[in-house]
Design a protein around this ligand. Structure first.
Ligand SMILES: CC(C)(COP(=O)(O)OP(=O)(O)OC[C@H]1O[C@@H](n2cnc3c(N)ncnc32)[C@H](O)[C@@H]1OP(=O)(O)O)[C@@H](O)C(=O)NCCC(=O)NCCS
Length: 181
């Protein structure tokens, strides 16, 4: 376990997550605003292999597997991309498998991840890049305390069309304000 919330445990990915992870990423509704389109078992294996050599809090993306405490089910993932240029800056991402949508899991995971990341990795600012059409994701960030800072119009060529990009961010609220885990 790396961090936890009321209903979720965030831990390293393991081989046993492969089928549920590939099923989540293969779901067109999950992929709609994400970089991939369709997802194979081979891609899943490469993803797990790539993660095994990485440590959370180090520069680059680290993905945490999210497990429901009550059932042990794979719920989704959340990721932290610490900047190699300045390790006090990071970006987050997250996906929840469709059967678990609209139960507050993404918001719970983002709150727990940001709290953990501020405390454990010495971050100052955490940002997120979202397609503004992804209303559920924008809502998650707002509920987790992020502030919308920018809306770039048609700045990305995404899946065959121009797309907008919204930037949200959360700043460390100040020394001592985060409870010690
Ligand atoms: C976006 C995503 C992570 C949300 O996960 P989730 O666990 O369902 O999120 P939560 O339950 O914490 O919150 C969802 C909020 O969006 C709202 N919502 C969901 N669908 C909506 C829609 N179509 N229109 C408006 N609001 C919507 C919910 O009502 C809820 O808000 P509320 O608590 O004020 O009622 C999930 O849909 C997902 O994994 N999508 C695919 C991957 C993705 O897009 N990731 C984010 C990339 S930036």
């Amino acid at each position: 376990m790396i961090f936890a919330s009321a209903r979720l445990v965030a831990r390293r990915f393991e081989r046993r997550d492969l089928a549920a992870f590939v099923a989540m990423r293969s779901d067109p509704a999950v992929a709609r605003y994400q970089s991939w389109d369709g997802y194979t078992v081979e891609e899943g294996v490469r993803f797990l292999d790539g993660l095994s050599g990485q440590e959370p809090g180090e520069p680059g993306w680290f993905q945490f597997a999210l497990e429901e405490k009550a059932t042990g089910a794979f719920v989704g993932d959340c990721g932290l991309n610490v900047s190699a240029h300045d390790r006090r800056l990071a970006e987050i991402g997250y996906s929840i498998a469709r059967p678990f949508w609209n139960r507050g899991f993404a918001t719970e995971a983002v709150r727990a991840l940001t709290g953990h990341a501020f405390r454990a990795y010495g971050l100052h600012r955490i940002s997120a890049s979202v397609d503004p059409r992804n209303v559920a994701s924008c809502r998650v960030l707002e509920k987790a305390g992020f502030v919308k800072e920018a809306h770039f119009r048609e700045c990305l060529w995404f899946k065959g069309a121009w797309a907008d990009d919204a930037i949200y961010a959360l700043l460390h609220p100040g020394r001592g304000e985060w409870p010690v885990a």
